[in-house]
Design a protein around this ligand. Structure first.
Ligand code: PEP
Ligand code: MN
Length: 263
């Protein structure tokens, strides 16, 4: 169902009037984790003014250590909805456990399935049944075929509103957190009609790599980006090293618009 053999034309999602896919570049931005109401409103306003129309933020966080900040849960979801509504944005947030699906659906427009859960087939089937747009991130060491088969699990339950996200894969090199696989963008686009976005934040783990990789991803044909933005990255409760300042996000959006216009 997700292959180009099944459907030739590119899928364009229309979520409350915001389009993703085709010629529509969608930018999702916000903090890695929702840390509080004030910070979220500040960041939401800044990314909205720069041109982002989808607010990202984790309320349930998949952390490597069980002692690290795990997210604010429902309180975080409420802040996301409130902040997005006050600027006319959509919300994208991660679902980690099928038991939280009803709760998440009360607050979000797009459900994110994180890299660590890309092959959590039970979770994929649940979001497939839910008829909610899904942002599916590539697994930490998933092949493109495995990634597309994970999307197929969602589609096979009747949900075709899927956005694929290249977010970097494991490699031997420790200079970056992951290797953002830019070649995956044209390759996936040759195989599937679904929109593909890139995550230069998790894809590199380095704030100084976000702007160049965002530009490169759009040039490579990505239908959008998901970017971590924080007003004070040194104090972020998660992923500060890969979060950019709102001023740097302004520049990123300007560059992205210029590149997209030349394609
Ligand atoms: C995130 O978007 O905050 C996240 C945890 O991403 P990933 O699943 O790609 O690591
Ligand atoms: Mn993160």
């Amino acid at each position: 169902l997700v292959s180009k053999d099944f459907k030739k034309e590119s899928t364009v999602l229309d979520i409350k009037g915001i389009k993703i896919g085709g010629k529509h570049i969608a930018v999702m931005a916000g903090p890695c984790s929702v840390e509080g109401r004030d910070m979220l409103f500040y960041i939401a306003e800044r990314v909205y003014r720069a041109g982002a129309r989808i607010l990202r933020g984790g309320a349930f966080k998949p952390r490597t250590s069980p002692y690290a900040f795990q997210g604010l849960g429902e309180e975080g979801l409420k802040y996301l909805r409130e902040a997005a509504d006050s600027f006319g944005m959509l919300v994208v947030t991660e679902l980690m456990d099928p038991r939280d699906i009803d709760l998440i659906l009360k607050y979000t427009d797009i459900v994110q399935i994180g890299a660590r859960n890309m092959q959590n087939f039970r979770l994929l089937k649940e979001v497939g049944k839910a008829k909610v747009p899904v942002l599916l991130k590539r697994g930490l060491s998933a092949t493109i075929k495995e990634f597309l088969m994970a999307a197929e699990y969602i589609a096979s339950e009747g949900n075709n509103d899927i956005i694929l996200c290249e977010r970097g894969i494991r490699s031997f090199d420790t200079e970056t957190r992951n290797i953002l696989d830019l070649s995956a963008i044209p390759v996936i686009k040759s195989m599937s009609h679904l929109p593909v976005i890139a995550d230069p934040s998790h894809g590199t783990g380095r704030a100084d790599c976000i702007l160049p990789m965002a530009q490169a991803a759009i040039a490579a044909g990505a239908d959008g980006l998901i970017v971590e933005v924080h007003h004070c990255p040194e104090e972020a409760l998660s992923d500060g090293d890969q979060s950019i300042l709102p001023d740097d996000f302004d520049l990123l959006m300007k560059r992205v618009k210029i590149i997209a216009a030349t394609l």
